[in-house]
Design a protein around this ligand. Structure first.
Ligand SMILES: NC(=O)c1ccc[n+]([C@@H]2O[C@H](COP(=O)([O-])OP(=O)(O)OC[C@H]3O[C@@H](n4cnc5c(N)ncnc54)[C@H](O)[C@@H]3O)[C@@H](O)[C@H]2O)c1
Length: 437
């Protein structure tokens, strides 16, 4: 990434495109509509509430991030999306049962006006869903073209100057990279051949990147995590980020594990289980879809703890993750963790975490931050993988050969230092010698 000279202001309206208009997407839209009318607080959003220290601790310069970097305002946002169910954002939000009517009724009309476009959907990748609001196209290449037309059409219809996209659709079955994902030419041939290793989420990502629309992937799907998509992102000057929003249990893991490691506390086992009853839980009840999520959740510990550097502390960790579909719980997920740790001379101890969380309440502010920061990245002429946005993901995208940084505190420092660098401010190293000279 080269350092930007001046970042052009984001004039005009910003279209936020959401492939998948279920619980997370509608909770996000509703929150933005309420916050911009002053009816609720955008809690959990770094771009709305966070501050950034500039210069020395004695300089007393700590602006809000949104006053420091030229981010789009909430009032500039327009929303659109795709889904295989024709429900408006209002109906989908009522079905998702995340928000209460005291939050939905004041914005009922605005939500109702947001109707999903027909989805690019193939049931073999998400077997539990049976929708009707689906596009027809003879090939996956034609499907990409139809999605590109949707993007251009919505920009025009809503009078927006630019767009960003955040995948809020379902988790697809586990797909590994293969030949078809290795180059732009191979992928485009695969689109013409209806290649089975090209899933729906890849079509949205491909269409957006072709249109130069920054794209973040909130699910663990392969989507754009392969060389061809990266090559295309560089060719079209498009920032991309992913994957899988870091919300409940994994957020806790990436807070706790770096702390244990910093104090050289050993770990022999970490058992995580979840019960949840929303549509996401239903999709993840299928073993092939769960596998995609499991791979995303399991990588975190190994990469934080670095067992090869600390074999006596982390050489033999038993890490297990379960997700159980339990309808009575709805979106109010419960995540239990049992950690078997050991201290001085190997004496065993345990930590239990019981996180009674709300999945979409934790995910919605991430969608907002990603939309605003990716739009900023595009204006700053950043392109390809945006590693500084790893802060928001369970499985941060990295180029081949580089391990991802999972530690939430390192991720936060990286994000803020990137903003400082982008805006021509000094980086903060936390050395602090100058206060004692
Ligand atoms: N909520 C969280 O804390 C969290 C955390 C990490 C990741 N995620 C991921 O975010 C995604 C959304 O979660 P959710 O709770 O809103 O799920 P949801 O089931 O409520 O919504 C997903 C929506 O995507 C739609 N969809 C599926 N395939 C599609 C396609 N090809 N085109 C268009 N629409 C499609 C579905 O019909 C559904 O309405 C899931 O993949 C989930 O795993 C959520």
């Amino acid at each position: 990434m080269k350092k930007p000279q001046t970042i052009p202001a984001g004039d005009g309206k910003l279209l936020v495109l959401l492939p998948g208009m279920g619980a997370v997407a509608t909770t996000f839209i509703a929150g933005c509509l309420l916050a911009r009318r002053g009816l609720a607080e955008p809690i959990g959003s770094l771009t709305q509430l966070g501050t950034i220290r500039l210069g020395k601790r004695t300089d007393d310069r700590t602006p809000r991030i949104k006053d420091f970097a030229p981010l789009a305002e909430l009032s500039q946002l327009e929303f659109a999306g795709w889904d295989l169910f024709p429900d408006s954002a209002y109906e989908a939000a009522v079905n998702a049962a995340v928000l209460e009517s005291k939050h939905l009724e004041p914005i009922r009309e605005e939500l109702h006006a947001i109707k999903p476009m027909k989805a690019a959907f193939y049931p073999e990748y998400v077997k539990r869903l049976h929708g009707t609001h689906i596009k027809e196209a003879p090939t996956k290449a034609a499907m990409v073209e139809a999605l590109r037309e949707d993007i251009r059409g919505k920009l025009k219809e809503l009078g927006c100057s630019r767009a960003v996209a955040v995948w809020c659709g379902s988790t697809e079955i586990y797909i590994e990279q293969s030949e078809v994902h290795q180059s732009i030419a191979a992928f485009e041939q695969g689109l013409l051949d209806n290649h089975p290793a090209i899933s729906a989420s890849m079509l949205y990502a491909w269409a957006c990147i072709k249109e130069g629309v920054p794209y973040a992937n909130g699910a663990p799907n392969l989507s754009h995590d392969f060389p061809a998509a990266l090559e295309l992102a560089k060719q079209t000057g498009t920032p991309i980020a992913g994957k899988d929003f870091k919300t409940g249990q994994t957020l806790m893991k990436t807070i706790l594990a770096p702390g244990l490691k910093a104090r050289m506390i050993g770990l022999s086992g970490w058992f995580s289980t979840n019960i949840l009853g929303n549509r996401d839980g239903e999709v993840l009840d299928d073993p092939e879809n769960f596998k995609t999520k499991e791979v995303s959740k399991l990588g975190v510990l190994e990469e934080i703890l670095q067992p090869s550097l600390y074999p006596q502390l982390y050489g033999d960790v038993y890490h297990k993750v379960r997700i159980e579909y339990y309808p009575p719980r709805g979106d109010a997920k419960e995540g239990w963790d049992n950690l078997d740790i050991n201290g001085w001379l190997g004496y065993p101890m345990q930590i239990k975490v019981d996180f009674l969380c709300r999945d979409s309440i934790l995910a919605a502010p991430i969608v907002l931050d990603l939309a605003l920061l990716l739009d900023l990245a595009k204006r700053a002429e950043f392109q390809g993988i945006q590693e500084w946005l790893s802060f928001y993901f369970k499985s941060p995208l990295v180029p081949e050969g580089l391990y991802p940084e999972h530690d939430l505190f390192i991720q936060s420092m990286k994000l803020k230092n990137t903003l400082r660098w982008m805006m021509g401010e000094e980086l903060i190293t936390h050395l602090g010698n100058e206060y004692y000279d």
